[in-house]
Write a protein that binds this ligand. Structure first.
Ligand SMILES: [Zn+2]
Length: 316
């Protein structure tokens, strides 16, 4: 394949900073992350978005490849890969005028304001979906940019594939969690899936946050896994750290809305909290507020899982 040799050559000669003579691994790790999404069947369109899915995989691989002064800044390769000729960034409405003239990017916020998504050369996109070609391109990247940890990188890639595949199975409702081989794969797949279907948004307060290397939004089981062995999306909910803690301690619970309406669940609050106390008010403000549901209704919590949380609230 002529194209494969062309892209192998390009991948071996990426334009990178070279502190002390060694190339920074950022661009290579971004390409490895994208190849991994293709392998896990998560890149069905030639459209790479700067979202929590990409960043989760990037972070896992970057943690292996990084050396002394390397910083986890995925926005850099996402932007600067455009200089390689095979990675094309498409502007948002706001970025339409500015982006073509930009030679630098200020940070992840600016990237997301100006860039809508990236696309690959069609030939490269197709090569990433061919298992032999993909393996060869991955090997080129590992050999040239993280050869010092080559074995560890292949192991991590293998592990990441298992996580992403498990996540896809759960989303397609093809698998129950206990089918997976290890506890780490199982729990990471569940966490990533829930954050994704809730679009990294707290189902209580609505706060939405993701950043290159900081997590604020957790994935929680409604019926604990230890009891239910149930990792299906309908047994999970995305919550910020505060609301996760409050639900775990049965101060708040998602439950049916008025008239036992399970389609539009609302937040319930433990009895005994007092509106006249300043320190109780932020929690009481949540009472009767609608639970923010996943964008796809079929992933909404089941009545059974809501009942479990409600029973725990009234027992406390
Ligand atoms: Zn919250």
């Amino acid at each position: 394949m002529i194209e494969l040799a062309t892209y192998e050559h390009k991948f071996a000669h990426l334009h990178c900073d070279r502190p002390g003579g060694r190339p920074r691994p950022h661009k290579a790790v971004m390409l490895l992350a994208v190849s991994l999404l293709a392998e896990a069947d998560e890149l069905t369109e030639n459209r790479i978005e700067y979202n929590s899915r990409l960043l989760d995989v990037f972070r896992a691989l970057f943690d292996v490849a990084r050396q002394d002064t390397d910083k986890n800044t995925p926005y850099n390769p996402f932007f600067y890969l455009k200089s390689e000729g095979f990675w094309h960034i498409c502007p948002t409405l706001e970025g339409a005028d500015a982006l073509p003239h930009r030679t630098t990017i200020g940070g992840p916020g600016e990237l997301r304001r100006l860039v809508s998504f990236a696309t690959l050369d069609t030939e490269l996109f197709l090569l990433l979906h061919d298992s032999v070609a993909r393996k060869s391109l991955q090997a080129t990247l590992i050999q040239h940019y993280c050869n010092h940890v080559a074995d560890q990188m292949w192991n991590t890639m293998h592990y990441e594939i298992q996580i992403e595949t498990q996540k896809q199975k759960l989303l397609k409702e093809e698998a129950a969690a206990y089918e997976t081989s290890t506890e780490r794969v199982r729990s990471t797949a569940f966490r990533r899936m829930i954050r994704e279907i809730y679009d990294v948004r707290c189902a209580a307060c609505g706060v939405r946050f993701f950043f290159d290397d900081v997590d604020l939004i957790d994935a929680a089981h409604l019926i604990p896994f230890s009891q239910s062995k149930d990792d299906r999306p309908q047994n999970g909910i995305a919550l910020c750290k505060n609301h996760h803690w409050l639900m775990d301690h049965a101060i708040i619970a998602p439950g049916p809305g008025r008239g036992l309406n399970y389609q539009q669940p609302i937040w319930h609050v433990r009895k005994g909290l007092d509106n006249r106390l300043e320190e109780h008010r932020p929690v009481l403000e949540l009472k009767n507020k609608t639970v923010i549901l996943p964008t796809q209704p079929r992933y909404a919590p089941t009545p059974e899982s809501l009942d479990w949380r409600m029973a725990r609230l009234s027992a406390s």
